[in-house]
Design a protein around this ligand. Structure first.
Ligand code: NAD
Length: 500
């Protein structure tokens, strides 16, 4: 098929490799059965970058057919060979790091340094799970009554559907593809409509690395509910792994129940960031900038509520606002840029509404805010400025909702118990952060925070070697670490007669 190219805005580029824009099925780029396509926009300009094929129900069946043909062969491929494919793909992503980084900046908006960090982070899941592929262990025990041998083996779960969000176009995919392929499972990835290009380039990389056709398919679509419905009612599917918002996660859990599919859910967060008055204040401000502004605040682990002990609250607020005032906003590919545009107009408008409502209700603006946002909105592109506000009730939407943007909301507390009560007063439980120099407080607070991840005196927590996952309404299961591969393995008990 003749595929459209990615159009580069002035000052960006070049892209050294061609990016596939069809559906990736059976190891090749193909048109959708009904020939439909949809545009992918550049959030820094609001203009189309290119268009991609738009998968419909018949394309889902093609991808499941391909996965079914590939499933037995891949499951029985030696773990060392599966690992070798993952390592070749890892090497190739690193070799093409500039292309992957620029592509993510173009379709998602983030500043190039954020994209480069994601390339390394995202690729590392491929290397980590290549190393895990050769360590899939079962166990054997003598039945306590001496009546036989209990043999436990692990087998690949089968055909999986992965649905990923736009905020980390590479890493949210590799975090699922790495363990699935290492385990011997096959996978159909549905990337977010805003950012399908990175995942299509990754599919090409995997095919070039020797992955057999059908083991990995990528289906961009503008009709995600229809795609999920077709896939999850196909009796050949075994699992759905989702990263995205909690409401969509709940919908998928309901759909998965009908076929009792295995599920992994990485959902929304509302991370508290606590600063106690015994903390190193400079380190806390550094950590706050990282935890808030990485990826333009569009991270599920982004600090959402800054809870600061009242004795240091004004000092911390002023220091954070000074740092936010220096942040350079612009197109992500510009070397000066620290904060790119938000991914799309809807996200920018959502953040803008949350802040404006807080200000209307009496919040004080220390940096950024609606005035500067109004100037930015007259420019093309979906910009929102780095913003610090205080004087917000803990019950205000800007505190209770996941902001998913570059907005820091500061709320005071008097003592440790009040801090914990505020931090845990949310249905979410993905990440929490706190700064304190008191070791016993660090132990107590780490234990008491209701979240799957706790950052102690640090603002960045993600690591492919660590289990990443939420509790409460933030999700089910873990990605990364030695735990991550278990999500793609079934446990089988084989009952043997006694030996001898
Ligand atoms: P989203 O839930 O709107 O979309 C995520 C994905 O689901 C996209 O691919 C989208 O096309 C698809 N989707 C949307 N509606 C669907 C439906 N009815 N059926 C099937 N698929 C559907 O979320 P988003 O706005 O893309 O991403 C932001 C959210 O993702 C935030 O809540 C964030 O916290 C969360 N997130 C969580 C993690 C984590 O690891 N816990 C990581 C990144 C993002």
């Amino acid at each position: 098929m003749g595929e459209p190219e990615v159009s580069l805005p002035p000052g960006a580029g070049p892209l050294l490799c061609a990016v596939p824009t069809g559906l990736w099925i059976d190891g090749v780029s193909v048109d959708a059965v009904d020939d439909s396509r949809f545009d992918v926009l550049n959030p820094a300009t609001g203009e189309p970058l290119t268009s991609v094929a738009d998968a419909g129900p018949k394309d889902v069946v093609r991808a499941v057919d391909a996965a079914e043909r590939a499933a037995d062969g891949w499951a029985s491929t030696a773990p060392r060979e599966r690992a070798a494919v993952l390592l070749r793909a890892f090497d190739s992503v690193i070799a093409r790091a500039d292309d992957f980084a620029l592509l993510m900046t173009l379709e998602m908006g983030k500043a190039l340094p954020d994209s480069r960090n994601e390339v390394v982070y995202g690729a590392e899941f491929l290397r980590w799970f290549a190393e895990e592929a050769v360590r899939i262990n079962g166990r054997t025990t003598v039945a306590p009554a001496g009546t036989g041998e209990i043999v436990v083996v692990k087998q690949p779960v089968g055909i999986c559907l992965a649905i990923t969000p736009w905020n980390f176009p590479l890493a949210m995919g590799t975090r699922k593809i790495g363990p699935a392929l290492a385990a011997g499972a096959t996978m159909i990835v549905k990337p977010a409509e805003d950012t399908p290009l990175t995942m299509l380039l990754l599919a090409q990389v995997f095919t070039d690395a020797g992955l057999p056709p059908g083991v990995l398919s990528v289906l961009p679509t503008s009709r995600p509910a229809e795609l999920a419905d077709t896939a999850l009612t196909d009796p050949r599917m075994r699992k759905v792994s989702f990263t995205g918002s909690t409401p969509v996660g709940k919908t998928l859990l309901r759909a998965a129940a009908d076929q009792v599919l295995r599920t992994s859910m990485e959902l929304g967060g509302n991370a508290p960031f606590l600063v106690f008055d015994d903390a190193d204040l400079d380190a806390a401000v550094d950590g706050a900038v990282a935890a808030k502004l990485r990826n333009g605040g569009q991270a599920c682990t982004a600090a959402n509520r800054f809870l600061v002990q009242n004795s240091i609250r004004e000092e911390f607020t002023a220091a954070l606002a000074r740092r936010f005032d220096t942040i350079r906003t612009g197109p992500g590919w510009d070397v000066q840029t620290e904060l790119g545009p938000m991914v799309n107009a809807a996200q920018r408008d959502r953040v803008s509404t949350l802040v404006s409502r807080a200000v209307d209700d009496g919040a004080e603006v220390h940096s950024g805010g609606p005035g500067i946002a109004a100037t930015a909105s007259r420019n093309p592109g979906f910009y929102y400025p780095a913003t610090v506000i205080s004087g917000v009730a803990p019950s205000a939407p800007v505190s209770t909702d996941e902001v998913f943007g570059p907005v820091a909301t500061i709320v005071g507390f008097d003592d440790e118990q009040e801090a914990l009560d505020l931090a845990n007063a949310t249905p979410f439980g993905l990440a929490s952060y706190f700064y304190s120099a008191d070791l016993s407080r660090c132990m107590r607070v780490s234990a008491a925070l209701q979240s799957g991840i706790v950052g102690v005196n640090r603002g960045i927590v993600s690591d492919p070697a660590a289990p990443f996952g939420g509790i409460k309404q933030s999700g089910i299961g873990s990605e990364g670490g030695s735990e991550g591969i278990e999500e793609y393995l079934d446990t089988k008990y084989i009952a043997l007669p006694p030996i001898g």
